[in-house]
Design a protein around this ligand. Sequence first.
Ligand code: CAA
Length: 248
Amino acid sequence: MTKRVAFVTGGNGGIGSAICRELASRGHQVVAGYFPPEKESAEAWQKQMHDQGFSIALAAVDVSSFTDCERAVGEVTEEFGSVDILVNCAGITRDGTLKKMPEENWSAVMATNLDSAFNMTRHVINGMLDRGWGRIVNIASVNGQRGQFGQANYSAAKAGMHGFTMAVALETAAKGITVNTVSPGYIATAMTEAMPENVLESIVNSVPMRRMGKPEEIADAVAWLSSEANAYTTGANIPVNGGLFTSH
Ligand code: CAA
């Protein structure tokens, strides 16, 4: 297996951690991007990973900033080599009905969840094109596919992410690069833990599998999409949602 450099934004989050562990266990050099103000908790997370047997590097990166992504990708490239695998996993929620949504809750979610995909991908794409190999996986959401009460901002950003996936997949398909989306359903992480308990409970009851997903179930899909084995699936949106939403 070829050892690759994998940059996972939001790497210290619930789903991001599982992705980092899975890619590290496949022998890659994994770099976890974290939100700069979270330095202390990111370092504690790194130690925890180390104690579990995973050696994962850290990179501070504000994914909502084009120039900060450029800086972070530059530093990672200098230290570890060119980024071959990019997983755009950083994301936030600012839930609330549209009628009450402040402009900053729209802007923050668009910047962190959608602009981020451009901000990061733009700085790795030319290297991947030059080398003729690359894997990009964008972590979207079931709520980008079906909409969700209280998530006009989040649903729009996540749907936009897959539009980005499809376009970039076309632009890079002939150059050894695959670009795909994984759309998780309700996964047991801090993000879903922050939901009102009764709302979460009623959503989980509506999941055909009658349970939340595990971060590892997302990581498995990401690991395959970013592997050598996946040379022919590109522009796809892989649902990992317990049957909550199905489509053609
Ligand atoms: N469908 C229809 N009506 C609903 C509803 C629903 N799902 N949820 C609430 N309502 C109704 C209420 O019954 C209430 O009706 P009345 O006014 O007639 O009494 C009204 O809407 C409440 O509206 P408000 O604007 O006052 O909303 P609120 O302040 O009570 O809070 C909310 C609404 C913040 C959206 C809250 O319901 C919530 O947090 N929902 C969770 C949204 C969600 O699923 N987030 C996912 C987070 S995890 C994640 O994002 C990861 C991922 O990818 C899956």
